[in-house]
Design a protein around this ligand. Structure first.
Ligand code: SF4
Length: 241
């Protein structure tokens, strides 16, 4: 049974949520230029890129290619680049930083300590993200409140940072996401069919079991509280990005 069969169950107010999401994206494109969408190639981000393309909005998309992604992710990226109306730009880590880090700490350093895991995320994700966002007035993410306790308060529009962040799916359920994918035949990551709800780098992502939390498959060897890669950590909370 695939992810669509398992999850595609819209909420009662799905149609209203979809209309509000479309309006929010249209408003963001009109009022916040330049604006870009972060696409991790997970289900939520594929839904947003599909909306951007179907509404013909002038919102370029970017992907962080960490050098540690699953082959299935790279294949989906190629398909997205070939089919997306919105331009898709790929950002890579600084090669010299990767070579130095791996040479010093080894390629499995992330399992040895939270500090080393965050150092790896800093080189492969956070620094490339900073480059991707340079000069942008705002950005769009696929964060949803349901994804984790840390994300329970995610607002639709977060203006608390100098760069506005739009989270147009903040109040969507996982069922809404899959209903949209099914209705619109959105191309999606095949690992979602193998019980990976949240997909990141290959060494740091595993499938989850029935009853486990949505993000239980990410950095599963760490405490719950440490489970953010720095991409969505507020700088004013004093947490290392
Ligand atoms: Fe490194 Fe894992 Fe972070 Fe990817 S998710 S950048 S492999 S520590």
């Amino acid at each position: 049974m695939g992810a669509i069969d398992l999850h595609a169950r819209p909420s009662k107010d799905y149609d209203q949520k979809l209309a509000e999401t479309q309006q929010l994206l249209i408003r963001a494109a009109a009022e916040f230029s330049p604006l870009t969408q972060a696409n991790s190639l997970g289900a939520e981000d594929m839904v947003i890129t599909h909306l951007v393309n179907s509404l013909e909005l002038d919102i370029p998309v970017f992907v962080l290619e960490t050098g540690m992604l699953h082959q299935e992710t790279l294949d989906l990226l190629e398909r997205l680049k070939a089919t997306s109306r919105a331009p898709v730009k790929v950002f890579h880590p600084v090669q010299e930083s990767v070579v130095q880090f791996v040479g010093r700490e080894g390629k499995d350093a992330m399992y040895r300590s939270i500090g080393l895991r965050k150092a790896c995320c800093q080189i492969r994700k956070v620094e490339p993200l900073q480059r991707a966002l340079e000069g942008q007035r705002a950005w769009i993410t696929g964060l949803r409140r349901e994804q984790s306790a840390a994300r329970a308060e995610v607002p639709l529009v977060d203006a608390s940072e100098p760069r506005t962040k739009f989270n147009p799916l903040a109040n969507w359920t996982w069922g809404d996401v899959w209903h949209y994918i099914a209705q619109n035949q959105v191309d999606y990551h095949p690992l979602h069919d193998q019980f990976y709800p949240s997909i990141g780098c290959a060494p740091c992502t595993r499938a989850i079991s029935l009853g486990e939390d949505f993000r239980a498959g990410r950095w599963w060897w760490e405490d719950e509280a440490a489970k953010e890669c720095g991409l969505h950590v507020k700088t004013n909370e004093g947490v290392a990005a």
